[in-house]
Design a protein around this ligand. Structure first.
Ligand SMILES: Cc1cc2nc3c(=O)[nH]c(=O)nc-3n(C[C@H](O)[C@H](O)[C@H](O)COP(=O)(O)O)c2cc1C
Length: 394
């Protein structure tokens, strides 16, 4: 049994089996589905877990409360990795009341056919559990329309749903003060940028709303409970949702036979010679785009290069640009280059992506390489790297 503080218990589970979260995002270190049990005069469960994990979930709950009944189930977020066990929990505890907002209940009916035994809450409503009180705040589009947070006013515990969550299973310890959090910081950026990243303005609104609270614990639905690092976590969210970045450069390229890759190396070396220290490079066919998008949220500069493929753009680059376009990322600079053998399309296609969807500030002169680098395109790649470095370093 794992108590976080003051009769708040962790009853979540770890998933180290799933290869791709949402069928999209690699999970090299697994992921946790966090759920919390508050034991007072009334017993309140906050969020559930993915239904495949119901058995260890119910075991954890029973370890804490034995044969006691659960009075309330608060649903902060309806995504099935957290709401998936609602139906089974209700079967175990038929008397419980499900606490949520009107959008929660609309989704609960649609996903699970459950409409009875509900307790509707609105912005600012409170619920007494006996010696303590829960207060509810709506944070729409962080990152679904129904998302809300629940604040335990006596413990200062914020049950934040997916907000402030990250990939990575919990390997024994739960609270940041008990564990080495090194692996979680970049995974928080990867989680945020890929899953929440589109919703910068709603995140800013949520942060403003929560700024007055005296928070001792952030209990999110994925990753560690934040206690010592609350300031750092909130600042990171603030920064990411304002699309604030460091003056670094992400260079990513597609390549089949190495010519585009060689050009990328020339661009990178020139950017480095111009004084830029933070440069990361990725082959888009090797590194999953979630890691590249993570770094685009960290660094202001992006240079992409790809071959022409069947009169179009190399497919893996197309995927990356399409994913980036879906995130509505602001305040970025982009340069590009491409290669071809007989009729070049890659450079024009990348430009089209930027003109129509990405809208990043175009930096430098795009380079079009026919078959392989020659003296002129080599010099043009150097100029591209140098121009980007200068732009980033101001
Ligand atoms: C399957 C395939 C399709 C290609 N389609 C085109 C094309 O439509 N137009 C073109 O000019 N070159 C085309 N190319 C040639 C490549 O764009 C060119 O060789 C490029 O330099 C490859 O870059 P890389 O050496 O980095 O792989 C194609 C190459 C392959 C393998």
């Amino acid at each position: 049994m794992q108590e976080i503080t003051n009769n708040i218990y962790y009853v979540g589970v770890n998933d180290r089996n799933k290869a791709l979260f949402e069928g999209l995002w690699p999970l090299p270190n697994g992921v946790s589905y966090n759920s919390y049990l508050i034991v007072d005069e009334k017993v309140c469960l906050v969020d559930t877990v993915e239904v495949d994990f119901f058995v260890p979930f119910i075991e954890r709950i029973r370890e804490v409360i034995g044969d006691r009944q659960i009075d309330y189930l608060v649903i902060n977020h309806m995504e099935p990795d957290h709401s998936g066990s609602i139906g089974l929990i209700k079967k175990y505890y038929p008397g419980l009341k499900i606490v949520g907002n009107s959008k929660t209940f609309d989704m609960m009916k649609g996903f699970y056919g459950i409409a009875d035994g509900t307790h509707l809450v609105k912005e600012g409503d409170t619920l007494s559990l006996g010696s303590r009180e829960l207060r509810f705040a709506m944070i729409p589009m962080v990152h679904w329309p129904e998302t809300m947070v629940t604040f335990d006013t006596s413990a200062g515990a914020l049950f934040s749903g997916d907000a402030f969550g990250c990939f990575g299973a919990l390997n024994g310890g739960l609270v940041d003060s008990q564990i080495n959090c090194d692996e979680f910081w970049l995974e928080m950026v990867r989680y945020y940028s890929n899953i929440v990243g589109k919703y910068g303005t709603p995140v800013q609104n949520a942060l403003k709303k929560l700024s007055g609270l005296q928070i001792n614990y952030i209990c999110s639905t994925h990753g560690p409970v934040w206690h010592e690092n609350i300031d750092r976590v909130v600042k990171l969210y603030d920064r990411m949702s304002r699309y604030e970045t460091d003056p670094g450069l992400v260079i990513c390229y597609g390549t089949m036979y190495g010519n585009t890759e060689r050009a990328a190396e020339v661009v990178a070396a020139a950017a480095s010679r111009a004084g830029l220290k933070d440069i990361v490079m990725y082959n888009v066919s090797k590194t999953h785009h979630s890691y590249i998008i993570r770094d685009v949220f960290r660094y202001r500069g992006l240079i992409v290069g790809a071959p022409t493929y069947n009169a179009g753009l190399y497919h893996e680059m197309e995927v990356l640009l399409s994913e980036l376009a879906g995130k509505d990322i602001k305040n970025h600079c982009m340069g590009w280059f491409g290669s071809y053998a007989w009729a070049g399309k890659a450079v024009a296609k990348i430009k089209e992506w930027n003109d129509t969807r990405l809208h990043y500030e175009a930096v430098g002169t795009p380079v079009e390489i026919r078959q392989s680098l020659d003296a002129a395109t080599h010099a043009a790649c150097e100029a591209l790297g140098r121009d980007m470095a200068r732009r980033l370093l101001g």
